[in-house]
Design a protein around this ligand. Structure first.
Ligand SMILES: [Fe+2]
Ligand SMILES: [Fe+2]
Length: 158
């Protein structure tokens, strides 16, 4: 991003980049775990759920890409080392069910992750409100997706 684009950000840009890197890491972890779960689930209806997880994995990677673009616009660098991603993330330890046919168990893990994402993005929305309009707009779109994800998983749990 150009000089003027950075000047209109009325926030500590370094802090903003750090905050964005945390959610960037969250998105990568979500992508990884969704894909992993898509491979692992087994039994009745698992193909349907695997497809939901694969789609979610693609969506979360899309979010990571958009966040990376914004980090770069702000003059930052997205987390560069794969071993640093988990460290940078908000995500707690992920405990998938022992039984790969326990589809609800997998869904519950992701429901929890979506709720953490909703919290993180809501916080960022408040922080950027009228202070960093471009990031605010981006976060708003991503938050919409995460809210839809939460609802989808709630519905799947019935
Ligand atoms: Fe996401
Ligand atoms: Fe999501």
């Amino acid at each position: 991003m150009g000089k003027k684009g950075r000047e209109i950000v009325e926030l500590d840009i370094k802090q903003m980049i750090a905050d964005l890197n945390r959610v960037y890491a969250d998105e990568w972890l979500a992508h990884f775990y969704f894909l992993h779960a898509a491979h692992m689930v087994s039994g009745i209806n698992s193909e349907e759920i695997a497809e939901v997880f694969r789609q979610a994995a693609a969506d979360e990677l899309g979010h990571a890409g958009k966040i990376a673009d914004r980090i770069i616009q702000l003059g930052g660098v997205p987390v560069a080392k794969i071993e640093d991603l988990a460290e940078a993330s908000h995500m707690r330890k992920v405990n998938f069910p022992r039984e790969t046919s326990d589809l609800k168990g997998f869904i519950k893990v992701f429901l929890e992750a979506e709720r953490i994402a909703i919290d993180s993005y809501s916080e960022l929305l408040k922080k950027t409100h009228q202070k960093d309009i471009v990031t605010h707009e981006l976060i708003e779109h991503i938050l919409e997706d995460e809210v839809a994800d939460e609802e989808e998983f709630e519905n799947l749990l019935g």
